[in-house]
Design a protein around this ligand. Structure first.
Ligand SMILES: *Cc1c(COP(=O)(O)O)cnc(C)c1O
Length: 394
């Protein structure tokens, strides 16, 4: 209730009324979202006083809880404190960045790399800097929201192509490419809500043929596919992807975004990407943790292979198409059906997120099941059994 004596009585401005009307409209469509307090310890979480086994986490290698990663973060806090203090171009570029960027460039086989505050900030910064009003961008229709946001911010003409449909992209390139100066093709390397891979060799060939730069967002690829090097390395030979973007917040276990590319591209973005220039550097502990985690990814091929193997155990048990990555969608269509399935699984001790529009297209509400190296095979089979007998047959 607005307070009568408050100068901020929002009735005057209609702000609360606007918010309440929008909330009611969302609630009527079962599209209201509320963060639920969840304490997490690896694959186990506590929610509403109940312990649940989580299949809803992108920490695929459980590196957020790895002793060496935690120790690296603690050492960095002791030495450098908790905050960066300013943008990296001012005083926020503490010494740990050079090591992390060198590791990223080595992982992806590029000349240079740069770290952003998050994956979201990376994509909006990269895309809006590399292309502008006279240019054109082609985006897969299921690409992550931050790619679409970057495309909108860039002011370039934007076209979406049907998901993983290179024929459709080729048609669009033929019709539109010639009208513009520069062109960018932007896609997820691993699609976050579908768990499939982009056909990067074919996209790279189209980029070559039509003079268009290819950006692949590897948020869910690094640490999981291509021996841990990410989606480009899931193919032999790896296609030439000049802009390899990703995040440190999923398999790497911490926080931050990155781009691996040539030195001139990285140097340009360090000078001009607004989300880099005008945003504070990451906390030193976060940078140190990411370096330690990447070190583990580079040297623990057996651990890196696990999330995909666990996902395949699940898809085999349910006779679904074999998992390509550590995330598997169980598409149910109807929003209420997805919410009911998530509630049922919770009552069985599992946390599996129901994903609704607009995160996924209309009528494709789903369970998104993600696998971690830390999951027990027996638990995966029990989850598959509950989904088979009580969700899919319902
Ligand atoms: C999670 C995600 C991002 C955003 O990364 P953050 O570091 O969480 O901001 C970008 N792209 C894709 C495909 C993602 O799944």
């Amino acid at each position: 209730m607005p307070r009568a004596d408050s100068p901020y009585n929002s009735d005057v401005y209609g702000l609360d009324a606007m918010a309440q009307a929008k909330l009611a409209a969302l609630a009527a469509k079962a599209l209201l979202r509320t963060p639920v307090e969840t304490a997490r310890d690896g694959v186990w979480v506590e929610r509403g006083g109940k312990r649940l086994l989580s299949f809803s986490c992108n920490d695929y290698l459980d590196l957020s809880h790895h002793p060496a990663v935690k120790q690296a973060a603690m050492d960095a806090i002791q030495r450098y404190g908790v905050g960066a203090g300013a943008s990296r171009l001012v005083t926020g570029n503490h010494p740990l960045y050079a090591a992390l960027e060198a590791r990223l460039a080595a992982l992806k086989g590029t000349e240079a790399a740069m770290v952003f505050g998050s994956g979201y900030l990376a994509n909006v910064g990269i895309i809006a800097t590399l292309i502008g009003a006279n240019d054109v961008v082609f985006v897969d229709e299921l690409a992550h929201n931050c790619i679409l946001a970057g495309a909108a911010m860039s002011g370039a003409a934007a076209h979406t192509f049907r998901h993983n449909d290179c024929g459709h992209l080729a048609d669009l390139l033929k019709a539109e490419r010639g009208k513009h100066r520069h062109a960018l093709i932007a896609t997820d390397g691993v699609f976050s809500m579908d768990g499939d891979l982009a056909p990067l060799p074919a996209l790279a060939a189209l980029g070559d043929a039509h003079d268009a730069w290819l950006l692949a967002d590897d948020a869910h690829g690094v640490g999981v596919v291509g021996g841990g090097r990410g989606s480009s390395f899931a193919f032999t030979p790896p296609p030439r992807v000049p802009l390899q973007m990703g995040t440190l917040s999923k398999a790497v276990g911490g926080y931050g975004g990155y781009l691996c590319a040539s030195k001139p591209v990285i140097d340009l973005l360090k000078s001009r990407a607004a989300s880099f220039v005008y945003s504070t550097g990451l906390p030193p502990a976060t940078v140190a943790a990411a370096s330690a985690a990447l070190d583990i990814i580079a040297h623990a091929p057996a651990a890196v292979a696990k999330p995909l193997a666990k996902a395949r155990l699940f898809t085999t048990a349910l006779a679904l198409a074999a998992a390509q990555t550590a995330g598997v969608p169980v598409v149910l269509g109807d929003i209420q059906k997805a919410l009911a399935a998530a509630a049922l699984l919770e009552s069985e001790g599992f946390l599996v997120a129901a994903i609704r529009p607009p995160t996924v297209p209309q009528n494709t509400a789903r369970l998104r099941v993600t696998f971690s190296a830390a999951h027990d095979d027996a638990d995966i089979l029990r989850l598959a059994d509950v989904i088979k007998t009580r969700v899919l047959s319902a």
